[in-house]
Design a protein. Structure first.
Length: 208
């Protein structure tokens, strides 16, 4: 079973178009799967440029990037909050190693072009597929990516989590684990769309 979250959704679906017979299941969590309108974030475009990117990297990203990272982390969890200690457990500081940060920007700048080609092949995916997305995701828009992917993969299961942002595996691990276990055990996805209502504060506290 291959699981892909966010950027990883592009990788997982690419693998499924090429090596589907080797897989027993595909689980896409808030995955980036389709080209979007408009450019990528301005700093990715700057960093992807050979000379200007190097200047920006060493004068701005290296000394100040970590100071702005917390806001970015929080935005991925919105409308929920990031778990306490999440940034340390994640090793967020590793993101700001110069070569890694720049390579990530180059990859992100090229992603839309690749998805424009790749997304035309999703109807070739025959492996059992479950797609999980939050309707409050402001990082990877559900309608553009997850809903469209569901329409292209025959027999796929689309799980819509109301009130959830870009991190369903943290906010609704019960749903994600159940989907993963069903695929791993060989159970066919429950084809169609399934909507889960927002959790109460008590339910969220129990998960935390």
């Amino acid at each position: 079973v291959m699981l892909g979250h966010s950027w990883g959704g592009a990788v997982a679906t690419a693998y499924a178009t090429r090596f589907g017979p080797d897989m027993s299941g595909l689980l896409v969590l808030a995955g980036a799967t389709h080209p979007w309108k408009g450019p990528v974030a301005w700093y990715h475009r700057v960093l992807a440029k050979p000379i200007l990117g190097s200047i920006f990297l060493w004068l701005v990203v290296v000394p100040f990037g970590r100071l702005m990272a917390s806001a970015g982390v929080q935005s991925t969890f919105t409308p929920d909050s990031a778990p306490e200690g999440y940034e340390e457990a994640l090793g967020l500081s590793l993101l700001f190693r110069p070569n890694h940060f720049r390579n990530n920007s180059v990859d992100t700048s090229n992603l839309r072009m690749h998805l424009a080609r790749q997304s035309t092949r999703y109807n070739e995916i025959k492996v059992p597929t479950i797609i999980v997305t939050g309707n409050r995701d402001q990082t990877v828009m559900a309608k553009l990516h997850s809903y469209a992917l569901h329409e292209q993969i025959v027999g796929s299961e689309l799980i819509k989590l109301q009130g959830v942002g870009h991190m369903p595996h943290h906010v609704r691990p019960d749903i994600v684990i159940d989907a993963l276990e069903r695929l791993a055990s060989g159970n066919a996805p429950a084809a169609g769309t399934h909507v889960y209502p927002p959790q109460s504060d008590a339910q969220k506290a129990a998960v935390a």
